[in-house]
Unconditional design. Structure first.
Length: 736
């Protein structure tokens, strides 16, 4: 149960201006007490009431860990003087504060609020300074007022301060008028938080504002969590009625008004009415139209010349392409847009190298992939620089978007994009905007991997349409035929059990009796057994644990704790930093968890600088500055990124990753728990994706039945997308 502490602020020992985390000293009943937590900006002399729990810090002793704080207006003359002279109010120092209090006494704060022009009665305060003091005081007063207002509805201090900084003195007015505006404007505020405030303020459960907000929230949440471009109207009404605790019939006219007002879009999709967010609707149309244009402006090469070049490449590299591979290469020289798909070992990389060889104009061919690791693999395989799509499009923090677009397109003869299964509709739209008409576009991917984390099913929809030329590679290259990783990946895809513990020695299974025993075995494998099997360097960087779940004894969270403790144990306080429930240490393996276009990076090897760190980037902590409350991460492509304390919310430990987070990456060795779980999560699609991340070794730990269940479970959640329909419509328009 939270305890209460009432006292006067003596001073602030530390404050992180980004997230409000503070260490302050408070005088209470004669004692000087340390209070820590995410707090509003407090000044010496302020009277506060803190709510929280007492903790014993190993170095600094007893402290109050505050979860809430309310600020009382100082009443004593000494308290008012200390508050005004604390530096919080611009234009007032200690001496000026004393003069103001001597002039107005107990009415000082009332004068500042209601008749601030009276400040000019004091010698030394002229018109300009009076205006400065008045504006600063009123801003601080409004901030305090909104903080108190927001915390009265149970919002955490950090979130309250974020809202107050966004809206400033208008915070209370905006929220009283429409608390659901918070969902749109403030990262971290969902429908339930805004709804709690609204209902407390007296907004009716059946009010239009609430019902409108609920409908839009369900649509947005389905895009973020399930990857849908739209929701069928019936499903949207049903889901929203559950959230809003009302009958679907009550929502139907509200939904119609949102459509009429162009806040949502409605369209018939395969016989049912689909409801789109406007940007998702425009996005799929934009992709379809641009692909159609690129497809119609193909620059065909003479087939005889291409055949000769294929033969030359085969001779130089001592290989023989299969008929399907030859077809893919020829098709690449005849089509404006080409899709090449295939599983591991089917020769996609060799095929790309041959296409580059035939097309020539090496400097006019650009290579790209969605993630840094995928781009690096592409570079290593081709000997030609490949960039992430974000870097290729030249994101600008100052501009707030990509510099490459339809007005400033990419200057290339051919663009080859790998791992296209990972690309969502928004990134694909941005990429296509930057591709000028006449550019040859070749997209490579594996249709059997998990779809993009973001909305849409770009690769699947393009393959389902007949607009774009496509070649599927199925034959395994001769040099990969002995790899059980490759063979088992194809067996899994066919619904067959993988061959376990074969003599070839790159695909193993270890039985265990419980999830706890499985976790213990995984730690032992990573700490002791696999380093001997591979080598010391791989023990730290090459082995990747992948888990299909986040929770439980074998979930991402728990395995990261166990693996960090085993592989990078505590050395000293100076080499670690606590953020929320995560302890970060020097040389921890970490992953960036959201797209941050403004985060700066630097490459020390070539003095290059830029902005943008993206969801899925994996690196290592190289240094920790405890005094400055920051740390530095080195990412795979030699980018150093500094993280201030507030930005640590974007980092997680990466000794164990979810299978979804591993997309686009390749690891020397993959270790995976197989202990069962929810059937909607543990399917063939996910299992195949995990296995195909490994280059040299796969070790499964758990139950054979769990492996069998995943192989047999071919269920994958269907995404509601309309890109395939769009592609069919533009193709029909071509022939009409």
């Amino acid at each position: 149960m939270a305890e209460e502490l009432r006292g006067v602020v003596s001073g602030t020992l530390f404050r992180n201006s980004e997230n409000g985390w503070s260490v302050i000293e408070v005088r209470s009943k004669g004692d000087l007490i340390t209070v820590v937590g995410t707090l509003p900006e407090l000044s010496a002399g302020e009277h506060c009431i803190f709510s929280g729990n007492w903790v014993q810090h190993p170095q600094f002793g007893r402290q109050l860990q505050a979860s809430a704080c309310s600020i009382e207006t100082p009443t004593s003359l000494k308290g008012i003087e200390r508050y005004l002279g604390s530096g919080l109010i611009k234009g007032i120092g200690p001496s000026t504060a004393r003069l103001i209090v001597e002039a107005f006494g107990q009415q000082t704060l009332e004068v500042l609020s209601e008749t601030p022009e009276r400040l000019r009665e004091i010698s030394g305060i002229g018109k300009v300074r009076s205006r400065q003091i008045t504006q600063s005081y009123q801003q601080q007063f409004a901030l305090r007022k909104s903080m108190v207002f927001l915390q009265s509805y149970g919002l955490p201090i950090g979130l309250s301060e974020k809202i107050s900084k966004k809206y400033k003195e208008r915070a209370e007015d905006i929220i009283r008028k429409n608390p659901y505006q918070l969902i749109e404007d403030i990262d971290g505020v969902g429908f339930l938080t805004a709804d709690r405030i609204a209902l407390t303020l007296g907004f009716p459960e059946g009010g239009d504002e609430r019902l409108r907000a609920g409908l839009i929230y369900v649509l947005r949440e389905s895009s973020i969590s399930s990857g849908h471009s739209y929701i069928p109207r019936v499903c949207l009404l049903r889901q929203a009625s559950g959230l809003l605790r009302c009958q679907p019939e009550l929502l139907d006219p509200i939904l119609s008004s949102l459509i009429l007002g162009h806040e949502l879009h409605s369209e018939d999709i395969d016989g049912e009415e689909g409801i789109f967010l406007p940007d998702a609707y425009r996005c799929e149309w934009s992709i379809a139209k641009k692909l159609n244009l690129l497809n119609n402006f193909s620059q065909q090469m003479m087939v005889e010349h291409v055949a000769g070049q294929i033969a030359k490449f085969e001779k130089e590299h001592d290989i023989i392409f299969s008929p399907t591979q030859q077809q893919a290469i020829i098709q690449a020289t005849q089509s404006g847009v080409l899709l090449v798909t295939g599983g591991p070992g089917t020769g996609k990389t060799t095929l790309i190298n041959c296409i580059i060889h035939i097309l020539g104009h090496d400097e006019d061919i650009l290579l790209a992939a969605p993630t840094g690791r995928a781009a690096k693999r592409m570079s290593d395989a081709t000997g030609k620089e490949a960039k992430t799509i974000h870097r290729l499009l030249e994101f600008s923090g100052e501009f707030g978007g990509f510099m490459r677009d339809d007005e400033n397109p990419l200057d290339c003869f051919c663009l080859i994009v790998d791992e296209v299964s990972m690309v969502d509709i928004y990134l694909m739209r941005s990429l296509l905007r930057a591709v000028k008409i006449g550019t040859r576009l070749i997209m490579v991917g594996d249709k059997d991997q998990l779809p993009s984390v973001g909305p849409g099913n770009v690769l699947g929809d393009m393959l389902a349409s007949s607009l774009i030329a496509q070649v599927r590679l199925t034959e395994i290259f001769r040099q990969d035929e002995k790899s059980m990783i490759v063979q088992n990946a194809h067996r899994i895809n066919q619904g067959l059990m993988p061959t376990l513990n074969s003599k070839e020695g790159d695909f193993f299974f270890e039985r265990s009796k419980s999830p706890e025993e499985t976790a213990k075995t995984i730690v032992d494998l990573c700490q002791r057994r696999l380093p001997k099997f591979l080598n010391d360097d791989l023990a730290y960087k090459g082995i990747q644990v992948l888990s299909p779940t986040k929770k439980g004894a074998c979930g991402v969270h728990q395995l990261n704790i166990l693996l960090q403790s085993a592989l990078n144990p505590k050395k000293s306080d100076e080499h670690e930093m606590l953020y929320a429930e995560t302890t970060f240490r020097c040389w921890d393996k970490v992953i960036h968890t959201r797209n941050n276009y403004m985060l700066a990076w630097r490459n020390l090897s070539n003095d290059e600088e830029g902005q943008g760190v993206f969801n899925g980037d994996v690196g290592y902590i190289t240094s920790i500055d405890k005094e400055g409350r920051s740390l530095t991460v080195l990412y795979d492509d030699e980018r150093y990124v500094d993280y201030e304390y507030a930005k640590l919310e974007e980092l997680e430990l990466a000794y164990c990753l979810s299978v979804h987070k591993s997309q686009g990456s390749a690891f020397e060795a993959v270790v995976m728990p197989v202990v069962g779980g929810h059937h909607l999560l543990l399917n063939r699609n996910l299992f195949y994706t995990a296995v195909t991340r490994a280059k040299k070794l796969v070790v499964l730990v758990g139950y054979e039945q769990a492996i069998y269940s995943m192989v047999q479970n071919n269920h994958s959640q269907k995404r509601n997308t309309a890109l395939c329909n769009r592609l069919s419509e533009v193709q029909f328009a071509n022939h009409s």
